[in-house]
Design a protein around this ligand. Structure first.
Ligand code: COA
Length: 260
């Protein structure tokens, strides 16, 4: 795969997508949004890939939001294409059935927060900073920020975050539940890879069913959501990994999962 704005590496069943526009702090332009969608589609199709890590090039930024250079003299219809491209890429990523880890290594602003929120988990360096600063430019988040942030940290905090445009440090983001774990900057990628390796060794179909039940159940009435969970849980009994997990526990040995 050829990309101009991202780096794509595959090692030990783990794909790493690195946003690579350091001159603009890895800001997202239309081309990068389309490249992200293509990279995610490739991850979804490739059976060797079990886990995906997303990070930013350099030590200053994960993604500093949309590329503001592309906002000059734009019509609503042109901006709509950009927001649709972002939404589409992030929803495919969120629902592809493989775990994703955002390794937030610096500024995660605007689209940076939005990309990280479409990942299953967010690890951050102690030096990372988070914000939805769109309001300061006269716009609002357009890649899911108004929706995923409220779902993740609650409507009151999300409104405060979005209508003020203020930035917060990693520690505050952790306290709010926006970030799962924080590490010293030099340990971030190692920790993300360690966690990815752990996930890669777990039963992949069960992970997919867990994501499915959470992603598609969250906005349903409880009875419907519980019914979805019953279906997803039952489907796990179609796999060899389920048989192996149960047998290994009962035989008091380590399981060996094969992803089927
Ligand atoms: N779009 C386009 N260019 C961007 C950018 C963005 N979102 N964020 C940073 N850049 C560019 C800067 O223009 C600068 O370019 P230059 O070297 O040609 O002048 C370069 O990246 C470095 O950024 P700079 O502002 O000099 O770094 P800083 O350390 O002083 O500040 C930020 C860092 C992230 C606080 C600041 O760049 C910023 O506020 N960026 C915009 C964030 C934003 O509003 N995102 C949401 C967009 S909807």
């Amino acid at each position: 795969m050829e990309f101009n704005n991202i780096l794509f590496e595959l090692e030990d069943n783990i794909a790493t997508i690195t946003f690579n526009r350091p001159k603009v702090l890895n800001a997202m332009n239309m081309e990068t949004a389309l490249e992200l969608a293509n990279a995610i589609a490739a991850c979804k199709e490739n059976e060797k890939i079990k886990v995906i890590i997303l990070t930013g090039a350099g030590d200053k930024a994960f993604v500093a939001g949309a590329d503001i250079n592309e906002f000059r003299n734009k019509k609503p219809s042109e901006i709509m294409k950009f927001t649709e491209a972002g939404h589409s890429a992030l929803r495919i990523m969120e629902t592809m059935g493989k775990p994703t880890i955002a390794a937030v290594n610096g500024y995660a602003l605007g689209g940076g927060v939005e990309i990280s929120m479409a990942c299953d988990v967010r690890f951050a360096s102690e030096t990372a900073r988070f914000g939805q600063p769109e309001i300061l430019l006269g716009l609002i988040p357009g890649w899911g920020g108004t929706q995923r942030l409220a779902r993740l940290i609650g409507i009151g905090r999300a409104k405060e975050f979005i209508i003020s445009g203020e930035q917060i440090p990693a520690q505050r983001a952790y306290e709010m539940g926006l970030v799962n774990r924080i590490f010293p900057a030099e340990q971030l990628m190692n920790e993300a890879r360690k966690f990815a390796q752990k996930l890669a060794g777990l039963p992949s179909f069960a992970i997919k069913m867990a994501q499915y039940a959470i992603n598609y159940g969250y906005d349903l009435p409880l009875d419907n959501a519980n019914s979805l969970e019953i279906q997803c849980m039952s489907q796990c009994f179609s796999t060899q990994d389920l048989e192996e997990g149960v047998a290994a526990f009962l035989e008091k040995r380590k399981p060996h999962f094969i992803g089927k």
